[in-house]
Design a protein around this ligand. Structure first.
Ligand code: PHE
Length: 445
């Protein structure tokens, strides 16, 4: 069988497409707002550099060395206890679970692209009512767009690494960057740009507590797509002799730059036309449309472009969330790509409907336990437990289990003198950090 491989730029764009997602444009600005801006942003940047970058290299390395689906890669690379280590590869399941709510959110974005074409809400109150009506009562609209997201994502997956994933990323990623660059350029001309800049970069350390720290670390993981086999699965299709460090650098660089650019732009708009840096998940669905309204006709154009960019970001991440398990069923059970893609698609689609219904007033009471509805539970379990666990396992696997000489033979030429620092961080800094994050997100600490 001829194995399809990414081109060099194709891999970087696909991995960056995975990393740049709703996490960058939807989540990062609102959590940065919640934790007071500057100090939080610095902690996040610091974690991305110290922990994110080194785990990114490790995850790429496992995929690159294993060259198979995540489970088989772990199995092949473990020198002993293979049947135990293979479970490390089931971190790919986390991606499928994330898709349960991710696809619903992409559905909202599709809906917002369409509505932004015609009317924008005139006030934050109105925007809030619109959003809440959709979220809590409108099954039909949400189901329609969730179905559309499912069809799109599954279709791309059936086309495979080259003709599906690479192709989509080669188009949507440049488009996304162009849109954001254009809107960002406009934002820099507004008076409030400097205010947004100060908010993002002058640290107010009084706002930072251990909780903010943990959220920053957790987000660094989520935003870089680490700990659930996405990057690993893509790296299995890297050409031989690829430079992992360079690729990892580009992915981290693009992901971080896009988060910062999106944050600066959104806060500028919100200061200029809205009520300042609004907080909470409703930021892009509530405060932002109201700010766009204030801009007049250009606001309509910006709103459509913005939600398009957000949809692009979400779609390129989605395929990477599902691909690990698609690959797993192809490799281990000899399923055809078509069958594997449709089965995995149906999995997140059908369970996604339950997540969608758990936000609907008449159903939520049956789908809520312990103060969280099903939608929030999926988000919580994946972010608080599965992701850091995946990171922990990978760090230990590369740091302690795979022969150091093997790791060194590939990584030393690429990392040079930084090799020992990287290796040390994998062995000691990352596992401990992951462990602490997991315990605190679970509420143990
Ligand atoms: N990194 C993506 C985002 O920021 C989410 C994601 C996580 C995608 C894990 C793939 C794997 O939205």
């Amino acid at each position: 069988m001829k194995i399809a491989r990414f081109s060099r730029i194709g891999f970087i764009l696909a991995a960056a497409g995975s990393a740049v997602g709703l996490g960058n444009i939807w989540k990062f600005p609102y959590i940065a707002g919640e934790y007071g801006g500057g100090a939080f942003v610095l902690v996040y940047l610091f974690t991305v550099l110290l922990i994110g970058f080194s785990i990114m290299i490790a995850e790429m390395l496992i995929g690159y060395m294993g060259r198979r689906d995540t489970v088989t890669s772990f199995e092949l690379l473990a020198p002993t206890n293979k049947s135990l280590w293979k479970y490390g590869g089931f971190q790919g399941l986390a991606g499928l679970f994330i898709m349960i709510f991710y696809s619903v959110v992409i559905g909202w974005i599709f809906h917002y692209i369409v509505t932004s074409l015609s009317v924008l809400p005139a006030t934050v109150k109105e925007a809030e009512a619109t959003f809440n009506t959709m979220l809590h009562t409108d099954i039909v609209t949400q189901l329609f767009y969730h179905t559309l997201a499912f069809i799109w994502i599954t279709y791309v997956l059936t086309k495979g690494i080259k003709g599906g994933i690479e192709k989509m990323n080669m188009i949507l990623m440049p488009a996304l960057m162009l849109i954001l660059a254009g809107m960002f350029a406009y934002a820099t001309t507004l008076d409030t740009f400097s205010q947004a800049f100060n908010f993002m970069f002058s640290p107010d350390w009084s706002k930072i507590d251990s909780n903010a720290f943990v959220v920053a670390v957790g987000h660094a993981f989520f935003t870089l797509s680490l700990g659930m086999g996405a990057i690993m699965t893509y790296a299995a299709s890297l050409e031989k002799n690829s430079n992992i460090v360079k690729a990892a650098f580009w992915v981290v660089f693009l992901d971080t730059t896009i988060a910062i650019v999106a944050g600066l732009m959104l806060f500028t708009f919100l200061y200029q036309y809205g009520a300042g840096p609004a907080k909470g998940p409703g930021l892009v669905f509530i405060s932002l449309p109201a700010a766009f309204y204030e801009m007049g006709i250009i606001g309509n154009i910006f709103a459509v472009l913005f939600f398009l960019a957000l949809a692009f970001a979400g779609l390129t991440s989605s395929v990477s969330l599902v691909e690990p398990m698609v690959q797993y069923f192809i490799d281990r059970f000899s399923w055809s790509r078509l069958k594997a893609s449709i089965m995995m698609g149906l999995f997140f689609y059908l369970i996604g409907i339950i997540a969608l219904l758990s936000n609907i007033d008449t159903y939520s009471e049956y789908l809520t336990w312990g103060g969280k509805n099903f939608f929030d539970w999926v988000d919580y379990v994946t972010a608080a437990i599965m992701l850091p666990l995946g990171g922990f396992i990978m760090a230990v696997f590369v740091g302690f289990v795979i022969d150091k000489s093997k790791v060194e033979s590939i990584m030393k030429p690429q990392l040079g003198f930084a090799f020992e620092t990287w290796y040390f961080s994998l062995r000691y800094i990352t596992p401990i950090a992951m462990f602490v994050v997991m315990l605190s997100l679970m509420g143990v600490l």
